[in-house]
Design a protein around this ligand. Structure first.
Ligand SMILES: [Zn+2]
Length: 508
């Protein structure tokens, strides 16, 4: 049975029409776009959706997020990354989260994501103290049930937490430092074995909709052999290798202190850059770093809402574009950005860079932003042959908006209104691989009310545990605050905070 959407306004993101809305019909068969054009084949058995007063566009790719932070939404404010991590991570240990709670967390995260128009998640999943297959299975099961597409990690940190930042360890009480350093860590071999097993275990899961992804946390948080090995394994499986790089000024100082060079250059030297590598953030990259990323065809996932919330700085949007580096858009985790909803990220990306300088010809265009939210994210996830645009042969991952809502009133430029006016409230249907996962704003695949009721019951225990972690971690605060201030005062050769001299665009 086929589904036909007739005569809708369509943003295809294909090479011919890009983000310019055009009137099209779409025929969907076996989960794929079988035809798209001014008219398409129509049979008696087809389910026909009237496209009148409807805008159809490719589903959004959330190119960097952490479902494991979902239960910490709305807990923190006015903490820079290094201090925020102190409170959100159980540095001194915690009991592993039971798989049924991992599943509940993942289901709720997926529900909120798809209801905002996200059809693909790049979900960098960290479990503490370390991840096991029962926990990872729970994430795969949850996304299989909801019907979302996803790359799922495999997040690993294999250096002691206090040795992933400069300076701070020396200012900690020695018994605290010893306690952190005595916690067991995975070797590179153990992580790569786990990942090789994950590739076998999840191969073809949900018809290939769910894939395992490698995710060494960062070049300062993992050993060189792990970073290089993960890069190689990702290439072997044509999977994504997802690494946090240069999110903060502290990390720019870290590169110099740990390796005597930038973190990007360090990754290059150890063989940890490839076309399968995606860097999350990339804010404090130098011009030479950006050229290196372009040379190795590395993608960058840009997270403007999280970067604003943690005061991390402003990523060099125009420089990445000029160098030819593909950008995706990510929400980051709910503990730092408080939302998995991509429309807010799309709007923030379109707005944020306009304050970086007066050269308005360098500001992000709606086309660039929509491209990052769809094709760019798909490329960063190694899914570009399948998703990111509405073209014959690609998966039918698409969004159907109601154009009779106030957000689209009056109808002027639909692409601009999609970026700046619509916040998800006009979204009526979400299709993933040809399946209607959202209808009339409700997820069809799970009972949302039952999930919320289950969470209400379990929440007091979850919150008490996080309260405990925060109390315990106050022991690190003074040393980390001192380290953060010291790094903030240093010159790292680039300026990514407003209030510092802004980069001047060429020709100005
Ligand atoms: Zn992140």
């Amino acid at each position: 049975m086929a589904i036909v959407i007739r005569d809708a306004e369509v943003i295809t993101m294909d090479a011919a029409t890009g983000s310019t809305p055009v009137t099209r019909s779409i025929r969907i068969e076996d989960g794929l776009i079988a035809e798209i054009g001014a008219s398409v084949t129509l049979r008696d058995t087809d389910t026909v959706l009237n496209g009148r007063d409807r805008l159809v566009c490719p589903g959004f790719v959330n190119a960097h997020t952490h479902s494991w932070e979902y239960l910490a939404k709305g807990r923190y404010d006015n903490l820079p990354l290094e201090l925020w991590m102190l409170y959100s991570y159980p540095i001194l240990g915690a009991a592993p989260l039971p798989p049924d709670l991992v599943r509940l967390r993942s289901l709720l995260f997926a529900v909120e994501s798809v209801r905002s128009g996200v059809t693909t998640l790049v979900d960098d999943v960290l479990e503490t103290p370390s991840q096991d297959f029962a926990q990872l299975d729970a994430v795969f099961d949850a996304y299989d049930t909801v019907g979302v597409r996803a790359n799922i990690s495999g997040h690993v940190i294999n250096r002691p937490f206090i040795d992933t930042v400069p300076y701070a360890a020396q200012w900690l009480p020695s018994e605290v430092a010893e306690r952190v350093r005595s916690a067991p860590l995975l070797s590179a071999g153990e992580y790569l074995d786990f990942s090789a097993e994950a590739f076998r275990r999840y191969a073809g899961r949900a018809g290939g909709r769910l894939r395992y992804m490698l995710a060494p946390s960062g070049p300062q948080r993992c050993t060189d052999d792990l970073l290089a090995g993960a890069t190689e394994l990702a290439l072997e499986h044509d999977a994504e290798c997802h690494i946090h790089v240069l999110e903060t000024k502290t990390q720019a100082v870290t590169g110099r202190e740990f390796y005597g060079t930038t973190l990007v250059e360090h990754l290059r030297r150890i063989g940890a850059l490839s076309a399968n590598t995606t860097l999350a953030h990339g804010i404090w990259a130098t011009d030479a770093d950006i050229d290196t990323l372009a040379e190795y065809d590395v993608c960058v996932s840009h997270n403007p809402v999280s970067n604003l919330k943690l005061g991390s700085g402003i990523a060099p949007w125009r420089r990445y574009h000029d160098a030819g580096v593909t950008l995706g858009l990510g929400s980051d985790g709910c503990s730092s950005s408080d939302t998995p909803r991509l429309p807010e990220v799309i709007k923030a990306a379109a707005l944020l860079h306009k304050v970086t300088g007066p050269g308005h010809e360098t500001w992000p265009t709606a086309d660039e932003v929509l491209r990052a939210a769809t094709l760019g994210g798909a490329r960063s996830a190694r899914l570009h042959p399948d998703v990111g645009s509405l073209e014959v042969g690609k998966k039918a991952d698409l969004l159907v908006y109601d154009l009779s809502t106030l957000a689209f009133t009056p109808r002027n430029r639909l692409d601009l209104q999609l970026v700046y006016s619509e916040n998800g409230s006009s979204l009526r249907q979400v299709m993933i691989g040809g399946e209607l996962v959202v209808e009339d704003g409700r997820v069809t695949t799970v009972d949302e009310d039952a999930l919320l009721a289950e969470l209400r019951e379990r929440l007091p225990g979850i919150q008490a545990e996080q309260d405990r972690v925060e109390r315990e971690n106050t022991v690190f605060h003074e040393a980390f605050e001192r380290m953060y201030r010291a790094c903030a005062a240093e010159d790292v050769g680039v300026h990514r905070w407003s209030g510092e001299p802004a980069p001047v665009a060429p020709g100005m």
